[in-house]
Design a protein around this ligand. Sequence first.
Ligand SMILES: CC(C)(COP(=O)(O)OP(=O)(O)OC[C@H]1O[C@@H](n2cnc3c(N)ncnc32)[C@H](O)[C@@H]1OP(=O)(O)O)[C@@H](O)C(=O)NCCC(=O)NCCS
Length: 331
Amino acid sequence: MNILEKLKQKAKNLKKRIVLPEGDDERVIKAAHDAANEGLATVTLLGEEENIRNKAKSMGLDLGKVEILNIQDDEKKELYAQKLHELRKQKGLTLDQAREWLKNPMYYACMMLYEGRVDGVVAGAVLSSPDVIRPALQIIKTAPGIKLASSCFLMVVPDCPYGANGTFLYADAGFHPNPSAEELAYIAITTARTAQLLLGVTPCVAMLSFSTKGSAKHELVDKVIEATRIARSLNPELLLDGELQADAALVPEVGQRKAPDSPVAGKANVLIFPDLNAGNIAYKLTERLAKATAIGPILQGLAKPVNDLSRGCKAEDIVLQIAVTVLQTQF
Ligand SMILES: CC(C)(COP(=O)(O)OP(=O)(O)OC[C@H]1O[C@@H](n2cnc3c(N)ncnc32)[C@H](O)[C@@H]1OP(=O)(O)O)[C@@H](O)C(=O)NCCC(=O)NCCS
């Protein structure tokens, strides 16, 4: 069984409920159908029932296992408006404004999650990333002990002897353009937790740089050294080391030569990049040149899982994000 099948199998066992707010989109309808029929989760689509059923019919899909909720007719609508107002009144949100926000299905989905009616939200096939992430941060907020939400990609590299049998987590490749040392430390700790959840392996975290253990001196390197120190002080149990170059982090012989005393060098399965330039470029190069499968961006560090999609996604990408979101309910 490959890692993607294993992820799906684990998701099936958890029996969670996922809401997809972009119910009018054909890829989302297909993903809802496939995820529900595969038993990955109980799936709710938000949208106008007749419209969604007609679209599904024209696609040859039977949505018998999918719940469809028209938020205009939902009996919880007013209750959610009151709860949202309560949640954000200190930020100046009036009850009328809360009602207005809830006309947006993404906000509605986040309130369903907040209230425990579903266990996760997946969106972004139509909405932009900020329009998915903002409601999640405003309503769901970060998990206890985590100051910062961030994002990572699950990279599955074929015929690769490194990492966890060719599987890695890359962070942050989609959220924080230029994290401070402290933010980088939080990204590392959160990604380690995501690795444990998704891969079921002991995370081995490399704080990447263009320097290995003092081989180069620069303020950019200093940031990674400081982030390593902070991450260690926050979580001394974690197998984490830096600063390391990518080859020293991944390849046992190079790790042995460049950082012989490092517990991580040559064994890393979680790669933490110093900024979004490095992380985003690395994940796209790995995807294109090594023919890797990239799953994400996976939002991490939230109190309950909300995941974003690329607007260029296919139905199968949405199905995988549903499986990932189900596993993140264990964060
Ligand atoms: C995070 C993001 C939604 C912020 O949007 P914004 O309109 O500037 O909103 P704000 O700065 O007012 O933040 C909204 C809320 O999120 C919180 N927030 C922002 N970033 C956060 C983070 N990393 N972790 C936790 N909370 C965060 C803010 O504290 C605020 O909460 P509050 O309203 O309860 O006080 C937006 O910048 C974004 O989507 N960034 C990442 C996506 C992206 O562009 N990636 C690069 C492409 S590869």
